[in-house]
Design a protein around this ligand. Structure first.
Ligand code: G3H
Ligand code: 13P
Ligand code: ZN
Length: 309
């Protein structure tokens, strides 16, 4: 039982058309719920930490909590930095013992993205750490742009092939229509599968990463709203679309929003139904159970990753 890189996980996943869930973590209950689910499903697992999560929990807490979860459950975990925006944060995470880092240079011009990614790859590889990079921009409906402008920011397949070749990156996050958060589409959900197939055809051995892959399941939005929440018009990527993407080279599926919704819906329910409760364990415990159920559902029914460890 250990912290491991995603190299072996991705190699196996690419061969057998399943995907690894990469779940965002911010506190103890979230980590426990996810790791317990992966343990029971015997599934490979990536836990990812954003800059915001590092700021919220403070870096040593999350690292030690993940180590505690590994010790408690015997589940191997790939510990990944999500959306590292510069060399410095990637270096810090490599030095802190992360086994994987993302350098997100997608907001920079192409050549700058390449130069930045190469710098991170060089440092990380010298320390046995793998690197994810991003090409293309994820745009949400909150960006308020039309469909044509939106697809102009999608990943260009030829650039993707050249980018991987020139940077030596281990996996590549692509933009094909997903976006972060709970408001991904105004009308019908749309992903550019033709573009995904083209990218996968050009770089068949590169694991592709789908950010913004939460489904925003109706049940959990409704429960949040029923118990006092206000999340109108939330919409995510239908699970059938995630399953389809997994058939075309997507090996890492990033999920944060669905965990947030599951935990919040349950905590809201407990607090409304049991107004006498003020012991945090009485609502954080059910919140943790809700995370576990959601992760089990994703592993079994969406990622096809049960018993792949
Ligand atoms: O990429 C976004 C993830 O959901 C992390 O979100 O930056 O609020 O921690 P965060
Ligand atoms: P969601 O907001 O769809 O869960 O995406 C999370 C993500 O991409 C983290 O990097
Ligand atoms: Zn992301």
């Amino acid at each position: 039982m250990a912290l491991i890189t995603s190299e072996e996980m991705f190699r196996k996943a690419l061969e057998a058309d399943y995907a690894i869930g990469a779940f965002n973590v911010n506190n103890m209950e979230i980590i426990q719920g996810i790791v317990e689910a992966a343990g029971e499903e015997n599934a490979p697992l990536i836990l990812q930490v954003s800059a915001g999560a590092r700021k919220y929990a403070k870096a040593p807490y999350l690292r030690h909590l993940v180590e505690a979860a590994i010790e408690d459950t015997g589940v191997d975990v790939c510990l990944h930095l999500d959306h590292g925006e510069d060399f410095e944060i990637c270096k810090q995470c490599v030095d802190d013992g992360f086994t994987s880092v993302m350098i997100d240079g997608s907001k920079h011009p192409y050549e700058e993205n390449i130069a930045l990614t190469k710098e991170v790859v060089e440092y990380a590889h010298a320390h046995g750490v793998v690197v994810e990079a991003e090409l293309g921009r994820l745009a949400g409906i909150e960006d308020n742009i039309n469909v044509d402008a939106r697809s102009a920011s999608f990943t260009d397949p030829d650039e993707a092939a050249e980018f991987v070749e020139r940077t030596g990156v281990d996996s590549l996050a692509i933009a094909i229509g997903t976006s972060h958060g709970a408001y991904k589409f105004k009308g019908e959900p749309y992903l550019d599968f033709e573009r995904l197939k083209e990218i996968h055809k050009l770089i068949p051995n590169t694991p592709l990463v789908l950010h913004g892959a939460s489904t925003v399941l109706r049940e959990f939005v409704d429960r949040c709203n029923e118990y006092g929440g206000e999340i109108p018009g939330a919409q995510g990527v239908p699970e059938e679309m995630i399953k389809e993407a997994v058939k075309h080279g997507v090996c890492k599926v990033n999920i944060d929003t669905d965990l947030r919704l599951a935990m919040t819906a349950e905590i809201r329910r407990v607090l409304v139904e049991q107004p006498e409760v003020f012991d945090p364990r009485k609502y954080l415990g059910p919140g943790r159970d809700a995370i576990k159920k959601m992760v089990q559902h994703k592993i079994r029914n969406v990622l096809n990753a049960s018993n792949r460890r």
